[in-house]
Design a binder for this molecule. Structure first.
Ligand code: AMP
Ligand code: MG
Length: 404
């Protein structure tokens, strides 16, 4: 049996990189950038007013107060998208709007709230300003030629805004992994069907599909297959035609009808991982068939989720060239004791709460690895080390944050 680290190492070493493609920035959300994005200009591109008010020379307002305002003469206007062309000399000011370039000669902006506009073209400044006040200097946010977003970063909404600011109308990203989901189990019926005696509804497709999409995959098919050698063989062979990754659930443990591994071997796939020293999720299978990646995840809904997050998610992200492929881990105080599963490393579903400013992990009450109802509330997994029969209340423990 492999340790989690050994299994993950094998998986990451063997998953191929997908090709790149050029796409429009509109619609690139969630994709992994494959080239550094470099700024083509300073940001802001000019000294920019941060307030509506008057641009002037700070020295002209020295000592100004509401009772003894400084008087300056208004000589023009600057608005966003429309600069004032002249220069602001001593004793002069320019009415300025937020986002406008600060005119030459001015070294500060005073906000309109403390300005009194007189009828004859003069304005009274009721509060002194310091040089630089209410000005965002050119280039403070970014310099032309700087790498703004590195290859390997995912395009989140705020990353997309940065790319847009630097003119990246088209971006080179990884192709999305084409994923086929195949749920094995004679007992399974589809969501729209009423299960008969000894049947259950297929739920894994919905959790796996959502997690995988969140990790950048495109679901090309989602189907059910009964526990029959030929049917399973045919179903896998068919979905392999259009998928980069096949993700099976169920049929990987030791039962008489657990046919995934024999079928994969029969198809000529190399099974590289078949058991991992973890709980839940021990019967996790990873196989390769040429360039195609196949995951055989356990059938139980909690096991499938744990196994996905530990192995399949990093593999999907690695295929896309992502630099951040692991879920974040933090430390949190345990609110109740939990049991371990030596010699396997255990993962206990938990809710994270911030209490008195510290992170606490509250283990969920779950009845076992089929308990998808309890798992619905999990936002983290408490790691119980492989050599610990349990963890104590109040202990500072490591937790993996789940994607929800
Ligand atoms: P298996 O790994 O095939 O032995 O399945 C383990 C348990 O998970 C069994 O109780 C199955 O009924 C259940 N199971 C398998 N596949 C699914 C699925 N797609 N959705 C919900 N439960 C499943
Ligand atoms: Mg089964």
């Amino acid at each position: 049996m492999l340790s989690i680290e050994e299994a993950l190492k094998i998986i990451l070493e063997q998953t191929p990189h997908l090709a790149e493609e050029e796409i429009a920035l509109v619609g690139a959300a969630g994709r992994v950038l494959r080239r550094n994005a470099v700024s083509d200009l300073d940001l802001p591109p000019f000294d920019r007013a941060r307030m509506d008010g008057y641009a002037l020379r700070a020295a002209d307002t020295e000592g100004a107060t509401a009772d003894h305002p400084a008087r300056v003469r208004a000589i023009g206007e600057a608005a966003a998208g429309h600069a004032f062309d002249g220069e602001v000399g001593a004793g002069k000011a320019v009415r300025i709007m937020t986002g406008a370039p600060v005119p030459a000669g001015a070294d500060a902006v005073q906000k309109i709230e403390v300005v009194r506009v007189l009828d004859d073209g003069w304005v009274e400044i009721g509060e002194a300003v310091k040089p630089g006040q209410f000005i965002t200097p050119r280039g403070i946010e970014a310099r032309a030629g700087e790498v703004m977003v590195a290859a390997g970063e995912r395009i989140t909404p705020s990353v997309a805004a940065v790319l847009a600011s630097f003119g990246c109308a088209r971006v080179i990203v990884s192709r999305r992994p084409r994923l086929a989901l195949l749920s094995t189990g004679t007992e399974l019926v589809e969501v729209g069907d009423k299960p008969g005696p000894s049947q259950i509804r297929n739920s894994n497709t919905y959790s796996l599909g959502g997690y995988a999409r969140e990790a950048g995959a495109e679901i090309v098919s989602a189907s059910l297959v009964r526990d029959d050698f030929d049917a399973t063989r045919e179903a896998i062979a068919e979905v392999l035609q259009e998928a980069d990754v096949v993700m099976l659930s169920g049929g990987v443990s030791m039962g008489d009808y657990d046919l995934v591994k024999p079928v994969l071997r029969d198809l000529g796939a190399e099974v590289r991982v078949e058991k991992v020293a973890m709980h839940p999720g021990k019967p996790t299978v990873f196989a390769l068939l040429g360039e195609k990646v196949i995951f055989g995840l356990p059938g139980n809904p909690v096991s499938v989720a744990v196994s996905f997050h530990l192995f399949a998610r990093p593999a999907l992200l690695k295929m896309q060239g992502a630099s951040q492929i692991q879920l974040p881990r933090i430390h949190a105080y345990l609110t109740r004791p939990v049991k371990g599963a030596p010699p396997r490393r255990s993962h206990q579903p938990a809710r994270l709460v911030i209490s008195n400013g510290r992170a606490e992990a509250e283990p969920l009450k779950w009845s076992g690895s089929s308990d998808l109802v309890a798992f619905m509330r999990a936002d983290a997994l408490i790691i119980v080390p492989e050599d610990r029969p349990g963890l104590d209340e109040g202990e500072l423990v490591e937790v993996i944050m789940l994607s929800k």
